[in-house]
Structure formats: structure tokens, C-alpha cells
Design a protein around this ligand. Structure first.
Ligand code: GLN
Length: 288
């Protein structure tokens, strides 16, 4: 059989290939993303003139992407980009795909800092740079830095800093080693979306995440799941100003343990918020 040469036959063929792998509405959503990317035919036109011809080269690109979807490659990695906080970010398998719940964390931080004059913010484990860059866009007066242990992630973040033409300093730093970033650095805010999924939770995760996203950015051991929170609090002792504030994304199943850790560090204020799905997902911690 030759390649489908009009939209309706291409669409039917793609749906058939993805049937059984994704449910119908997800298939529809994924294909719409691909059509939007590779075809210059508007959605309205696709619906009203389904017999419209499709060039061979475009059909090939779409079928190649569908082949990757059959192997559960996340659509964001197929296209090399993801949307976060109304902005487009470059992504590849060296970085997590930005999540909608993380937008909610950014919204919280940005809301709290709206009136701050020039807050100094560090995003630990910045990955694609999405949190740091979105904060800098939202709070132009702020000084924003992003750190990561992965050089490969930092290079993706650097691409995104360029793309969005923002001033965000990126540094290579392993929070687990607890070293200084530089002398005299005093931060007002530490933001961190650390790895927090326990190995034992792997069975709950989908193949597109498990087979393609970077495991060091996702997983922690069952024995020490709060390792990164502990390291951030420890490091924060000597780098955060006295009235500094921590913001974290958290594991919904570890709220009790996280609250316990906060009280061991003597933080008197620890606020937990749910994400839009109703899961305990983020936390704001401060001394007073
Ligand atoms: N919320 C992400 C997920 O479920 C995990 C992000 C993280 O570990 N920081 O895939």
C-alpha cells in the first residue's frame, strides 16, 4: 500500500495504528498535536475538508512520529518541545518533561514574590530550566539562578535561556555534596522539584515515563526517599537568608514524613498545597 495521500485516509490509518495503545481521546489529542506540527492545514480545514491532499513528505513525517508513539515515546520528545506556563521549552530525554503540577508551584512562588523588590532565587535541579525561566519571566526584577548535577540537562536549560532571552544564570552543582556555589551568595528563595518517586512506586507509572524520562530526575530509594529535601535544608542553612523561604514539589504519599523532617529542622511554618488533581503536591517552608 502506498502512503495515504489525503488527510482522511492518513488520519484513519494513524488511528488504526494507535488503537489499543492509547485510549481514543488520547489518540485524538496526540494526533492533533502531530497534525498541528507537521501539516499546514488548520484544524477547521481538516474537519471541513477531510479529503484535502497531504504531501508525501508530510505524511512520512507523521507516520514516523506515529511509529515512535507506538513505542510510547512521549510526544514532547518526538517533537523536541513542551509547553509550560504558556511558554515553549526545548526538551530531550536528558530532562524531565515539564509537568502541569509544576506550573502550579511556579504560580505559588510568583504570587508570593509579586511585591518583593529583587528577590534572589535558586532553582535546584533545574532540568530544562522551566521553573527558573518561568519565574524570571513572571518576576523581571528578580535574580534567578538554576543549578543541576547533569551537564546534559544544563545544556538543554542553556538553550531555553537563549530561546526566551532571559537572564538566568546556570551552574553545575551537586546538592548532595553540599558545597558552596560561590562565596557570599545569599538567597531569598530556594525552589526545588527534586526526584521524589520511590522505586516501589514504579509499578504505578506509565511506559512513556518509565521507558524514556531520565530516572535520576525521578527516582529515589525506598529507604531514603527524602534525601534531596534533607540536602536542600542542610545546604539552605548556610545559603538562605534568615527569612528565606523554600518551595518544593512533593510526593503525595510522603506528606507525614516531610512534615516530620520540617519540624526536625525547626521550621515553624510548613504549608502544603494540593495540585489541580487533588493530590498533595507542593510545600512552602519558612522559619517564621
Ligand atoms: N510528578 C512526576 C511524575 O509523577 C515526578 C517528578 C519528580 O520526581 N520530581 O512523573
Amino acid at each position: 500500500m502506498g502512503l495515504p495521500s489525503d488527510f482522511i485516509s492518513l488520519d484513519r490509518y494513524c488511528r488504526k495504528r494507535l488503537a489499543g495503545l492509547y485510549d481514543a481521546s488520547e489518540t485524538g489529542a496526540l494526533l492533533n498535536i502531530l497534525y498541528g506540527e507537521y501539516l499546514n492545514i488548520s484544524r477547521a480545514k481538516r474537519l471541513t475538508e477531510p479529503g484535502i491532499p497531504v504531501e508525501t513528505v508530510k505524511a512520512k513525517q507523521i507516520l514516523n512520529a506515529v511509529g515512535q508513539l507506538e513505542r510510547f515515546v512521549p510526544v514532547q520528545y518526538i517533537l523536541g518541545k513542551a509547553w509550560f506556563y504558556g511558554m515553549e521549552f526545548e526538551v530531550n530525554p536528558d530532562v524531565l518533561i515539564p509537568r502541569p503540577e509544576t506550573e502550579e508551584l511556579v504560580e505559588w512562588v510568583a504570587g508570593d514574590l509579586e511585591k518583593a523588590s529583587s528577590p534572589v532565587i535558586l532553582d535546584i535541579g533545574t532540568g530544562s530550566g522551566c521553573i527558573a525561566i518561568a519565574l524570571k519571566k513572571k518576576l523581571p526584577g528578580s535574580v534567578v539562578m538554576g543549578s543541576d548535577v547533569s551537564e546534559a540537562a544544563l545544556s538543554v536549560a542553556a538553550g531555553n535561556v537563549d530561546k526566551h532571552k532571559v537572564e538566568v544564570e546556570l551552574v553545575h552543582h551537586n546538592i548532595l555534596l553540599g558545597k558552596n556555589i560561590r562565596e557570599g551568595l545569599h538567597l531569598d528563595v530556594l525552589v526545588c522539584n527534586p526526584p521524589y518517586v520511590r522505586m516501589s512506586e514504579k509499578s504505578e507509572m506509565k511506559r512513556n515515563v518509565l521507558d524514556y524520562e531520565p530516572h535520576p530526575a525521578l527516582f529515589v530509594s525506598d529507604e531514603n526517599p527524602l534525601m534531596f529535601y534533607n540536602a536542600v535544608f542542610q545546604w539552605g542553612k548556610s545559603h538562605l537568608r534568615e527569612n528565606g523561604v523554600y518551595y518544593f514539589e512533593i510526593n503525595q504519599y510522603l506528606v507525614g514524613e516531610i512534615m516530620q523532617l520540617c519540624s526536625e529542622y525547626g521550621f515553624s511554618k510548613c504549608l502544603i498545597r494540593k495540585d489541580i488533581k487533588g493530590n498533595f503536591r507542593m510545600m512552602r517552608v519558612s522559619v517564621n
